[in-house]
Design a protein around this ligand. Structure first.
Ligand code: ADP
Ligand code: 5GP
Length: 202
């Protein structure tokens, strides 16, 4: 059976990755990977739906046991992609979406180069600030930390396969759908070329 497509979506905090993924899942048949994190839930966030919320000790134990596809420290908290569910879904032919930061995405690129890597760009830094503040759930210090990292993160866009500007949400979701569709239409020999550029067997 043909393996599913691994779609990695990154971008600065507040750029709209989560919103795009939610809309995308209404339109494409794919599995969204649920990450583990040590950060506290925001109002309305549900265990097992948005994240698996945990403490540092349990997170580190899971990391030591090799349970993560990738993991990283982001804005002072730990985040990781559980390995088994993602690999199992891919093996069953399902497309899997990872919404992860740039450090995690670069780890996945090493381990799984045939994935498709999409960077979501905010229309402007002013709009990014507005979105983070509107979303709420974070202290002013945490908001400032996220904003201060945004410019540095933007430099990573060059390391991705695609950049999608999230100005109008519907347009951004359409763009991501178009990328996924195009990747499915890619001829096999081109996929293998990308695969061969990778370093790790799986
Ligand atoms: P991220 O997952 O990248 O941190 P979110 O999906 O949580 O970002 O979005 C941050 C805030 O911006 C949310 O309040 C969301 O409703 C809003 N938002 C997302 N996309 C758009 C858009 N295209 N236009 C206006 N607001 C948006
Ligand atoms: P938030 O706290 O806003 O939900 O997420 C903060 C950052 O952590 C975002 O850039 C998000 O993409 C990233 N993130 C979420 N889950 C993971 C994960 O499993 N691994 C990595 N490396 N980053 C993640």
């Amino acid at each position: 059976m043909e393996k599913g497509l691994l779609v990695v979506i990154s971008g600065p905090s507040g750029t709209g990755k989560g919103t795009i993924c939610r809309e995308l899942l209404k339109r494409v048949d794919a599995t969204l990977s649920i990450s583990m994190t040590t950060r506290a839930p925001r109002p309305g966030e549900k265990e097992g739906r948005h994240y698996y919320f945990t403490d540092r000790e349990r997170f580190e134990a899971h990391a030591r046991a090799g349970g993560f596809f990738e993991h990283a420290e982001v804005y002072g908290e730990r985040y990781g992609t559980p390995k088994e569910p993602a690999l199992e879904a891919l093996a069953k032919g399902r497309d899997v979406i990872l919404e992860i930061d740039t450090q995690g995405a670069m780890q996945v690129r090493e381990a799984y180069p045939e994935g498709v890597f999409i960077f979501v760009v905010p229309p402007s830094l002013a709009e990014l600030k507005r979105r983070i503040e509107k979303r709420g759930g974070e202290s002013p210090e945490k908001i400032a930390l996220r904003l201060s990292k945004a410019e540095g993160e933007m430099a990573y866009r060059e390391k991705y396969d695609y950049a999608v500007v999230n100005d109008k949400l519907a347009r951004a979701v359409d763009d991501v759908r178009a990328i996924i569709r195009a990747e499915h239409l890619k001829v096999e020999s081109n996929r293998r070329k990308k695969d061969a550029a990778g370093t790790v067997d799986h």
